[in-house]
Structure formats: C-alpha cells, structure tokens
Design a protein around this ligand. Structure first.
Ligand code: C2O
Ligand code: CU
Ligand code: CU
Length: 430
C-alpha cells in the first residue's frame, strides 16, 4: 500500500517449467512464477494499481474479468503489453465483494495464453459481506478452486483440437489450482469453495460423489440474496460460484463433474464433452473439526438493474462464425451505449453448439431464459452466462461509465477458441 492508500500489485508474465508429476518438467507460463498467478485482493473503495511486466517472448495483455473499470484499464486486446514491455493500469474498486479473475486477452491467442497457465483470482471484499458469518479464512475454510482441464503428452501439455470437435480444446483430466489429483484437508465444519471455471471450453456440472447438498452463496459478481441449497452447479468457461459445504470429522468426499444436462444434440453431447465426468477434488475432514457459525438466511440485497428503466434493446445472434453475422474487427465499434443508462440485451443461440456470453465492465441480471424466470443460481450478479443451443437469454445491464469514445470494451463467447475465431464484438460507453 502506498502513502496515498493505493494498493499496488506486481504481476510479471513469465515462462517457466512446472513439475506436475514428480520428475517431469512441463514448460508453462505464469504470473510471478511458472504457472497460474497469485490471488490478488482489494476492498470496495480502494484504489488499486497493477504493475504488469511482460517477460514472455510475445505480446499479451491482462484483463480483469468481472471488474467495473475504465475501458483503457480493462486489459482487453487494445491494451497489449509488448514482449519486454510494461503496463500499469489503475482504478478504484466500486463494486461488491466477489470472486473475479484475471487472464490474458490478446486477440486470436487467448486460448493458448490461458492454457499455458496465465490465470489468477482477484478477490474483492466489502464491509457488508465481511460482517456476515461466512467462512472467510483464505486457504483454511475459504478455498480458491481454479478448475482447468488438461491433456498431457509426455512432458508437454497437449493443446491440440480433436478433429470434428467444434468447441475447441477439451482435456481428458482436470487440475485444481494447477495440481493433479488434488485434495484438501478441512479443519472446519463448513468450508467455502470459490469455484472458477478457467477451462477454455469445458462446461462443468459440479456435485459431490455421495450426492450431498451444498449451498451456493455467490455467483460471478458477488453474493446471492440468500443461500441456495442444491446438489448440482453448472459453470461454463469464465463463470464463478461460491459454495459452502458441510464436512463431518474424518470423512472423505469428492467434488465431481457430472455429465452435462443441457439438451445438447447427440453430436455435441458425445464429442463436445457433455458425456464426460471427472473427479475434481477430494475434501478430507480432519479427525476433529472446529465448529462453524450457521449460514445467514439472507446474504446481500440485489443492486442489479431490473430492466424496467431500460432505454434500449439490442439483439445478438450467437454463431461460431460471428456475432450478428460479423467476425470481430479491432477497428469496428459494434455498439455504442450511453453512460448511466440501462439496456436489455437478447442473446440467441441457434447454432447447434453450446456458447456462452460474457460482457466486460458490468455485472448483469439474467431476466429470463426462453421466456422463463432464471433459476436461483442465475439470479445473482453475472458477467458470463451459458447459452446452450436453442436458447434465448435476456439480460439487463447498466453502464455506469466513465465515458470513453476511443476505447471499446468487449463482449464475446468465453469458449476461448470461439473468441479467438472472432466470436467477439466491441462496445463503447459515451
Ligand atoms: Cu474473461 Cu473478455 O474475458
Ligand atoms: Cu472479461
Ligand atoms: Cu461459443
């Protein structure tokens, strides 16, 4: 923290080697290390500055996924950091406690930069959530869970796309926080898992092997209004959720990913990863557990736009070949929105394959899915929403600004192969 109260972080993008299996070194990329990056953490109202240095052999960028900030600080494809160069964005945190993340965003190469290991969490705090009786000791009863699917080909990752697979890369096993076959020993009755799907294409349906229920307390951009009890949780690439699980002394339970139930057609279900299941992480209860406070009945009042004051609707037809029939063009601004207004966007996927939709700078409300009210997990703050084929999702977004006519934000499919192929557009706030 500097004299004026600015919280300063150093992030160095670098190459390295990581020993995922004993005795075998795999070439990887990371922030401040050989793989993944440190968890950054700041509080609402704080000013942050991140000093990014690029020690990679090629240009890249660092995007703050889920963060409300000025467009020039966003770290998208217009804020490239050349090899050997540096960049120091700064902004003030003006949003609720949440589990955000950061990753590169170089146009056309995001999939490969993320796959090599460039990703990390950015946690935000606020006084309201700090006052709630939630598990909150980082690494003890509040655990980051970055889930990625990988394939190993000897000492190297295999990042190849399989023939006739249109979602992009799918691995044949998963890692958590860069660890194969992970487990965590839990010392408290209740453990909070901050789940991030940092995979490039895979959609997970999380649940426990013994079918136990858990409570979801947060979505992408912060707390739900109340805990939601369930035994399944679906996250598509880029999405986050926080869940709280009860553990008994000495027991073991495995967080799994189950086959996807999203009415995919036979082809995408079979070849797009829908049939796959994985053991993601084992939780091991210590022989004796510290008692945890009961979860509160209510968590946070929603500040999301309702859409009632929407000044404008926009329509986005999602196809792998482009959004609204156009591929990403760095020099074309697709949409212009007005600062301080709310809009309603309709997102339609009739493409025969799964997509999702991510919007920079905002947390939006899902208004409806094929005309029906969203289920509880999708009623909280969202910046990324899964859209299976045959699905229309309406969202309400409020653009707070600041205005910047010269620097666009992105919206795109977060299946990174699709994004790289041009399934992305740009909007400016005026
Ligand atoms: Cu997480 Cu535009 O991306
Ligand atoms: Cu983003
Ligand atoms: Cu897509």
């Amino acid at each position: 923290v500097e004299a004026d109260g600015t919280r300063v972080f150093d992030l160095r993008m670098q190459t390295g080697e990581t020993e995922f299996t004993p005795g075998t070194k795999t070439p990887t990329w990371g922030f401040n290390g050989s793989h993944l990056g440190p968890t950054l953490r700041a509080a609402k109202g704080e000013k942050v500055r991140v000093k990014v240095a690029n020690a990679l052999p090629e240009a890249s960028s660092v995007h703050w996924h889920g963060m409300h900030l000025p467009a020039a600080m966003d770290g998208g494809p217009h804020q490239m950091v050349p090899a050997g160069g540096s960049w120091a964005p700064e902004w003030t945190v003006e949003q609720p406690a949440s589990t955000l993340w950061y990753h590169p965003h170089p146009h056309g190469a995001t999939e490969s930069h993320v796959q090599r290991g460039l990703a990390g969490l950015f946690l935000l705090d606020d006084p309201q959530s700090a006052a709630l009786p939630l598990p909150k000791t980082y690494g003890v009863d509040d655990i980051p869970v970055i889930v990625q699917d990988v394939s190993f080909d000897g000492a190297k990752f295999d990042h190849g796309h399989k023939l006739m697979r249109n979602v992009g890369f799918l691995g044949d096993r998963t890692m958590v926080n860069g660890t194969l076959d992970p487990y965590v020993t839990v010392q408290d009755e209740l453990v909070r898992l901050r789940l991030l799907n940092a995979s490039t294409a895979r959609v997970y349906t999380f649940g426990f092997d013994d079918g136990r229920e858990f409570r979801q307390i947060a979505s992408d951009g912060g707390l739900l209004e109340a805990p939601h009890t369930t035994d399944r949780l679906r996250l598509s690439p880029g999405e986050r959720a926080e869940i709280v699980v009860r553990i008994r002394p000495g027991e073991r339970t495995v967080l799994r990913s189950h086959p996807l139930d999203a009415s995919l057609d036979f082809w995408n279900q079979r070849f797009g990863g829908g049939d796959d299941s994985f053991d993601v992480m084992q939780l091991r209860g210590a022989p004796t557990l510290r008692p945890s406070a009961e979860l509160p009945q209510t968590l946070a009042a929603s500040t999301l736009p309702t859409g009632e004051d929407s000044v404008r609707g926009r329509f986005f037809e999602l196809k792998m070949s482009g959004i609204n029939g156009r591929k990403m063009d760095m020099s074309r601004v697709d949409e212009t929105v007005t600062r301080g207004t709310t809009e309603t966007w309709t997102l339609r996927n009739n493409d025969g394959m799964p997509h999702n939709f991510h919007v920079h700078d905002v947390q939006f409300r899902v208004l409806d899915i094929n005309g029906a009210a969203p289920p509880p997990p999708l009623r909280g703050p969202k910046d990324t929403v899964f859209i299976p084929s045959g699905t229309t999702v309406r969202i309400a977004l409020r653009f707070e600004g600041p205005a910047d006519p010269n620097t666009p934000y992105m919206y795109h499919c977060h299946l990174l192969y699709h994004e790289d192929e041009g399934m992305m557009g740009q909007f400016t706030v005026l």
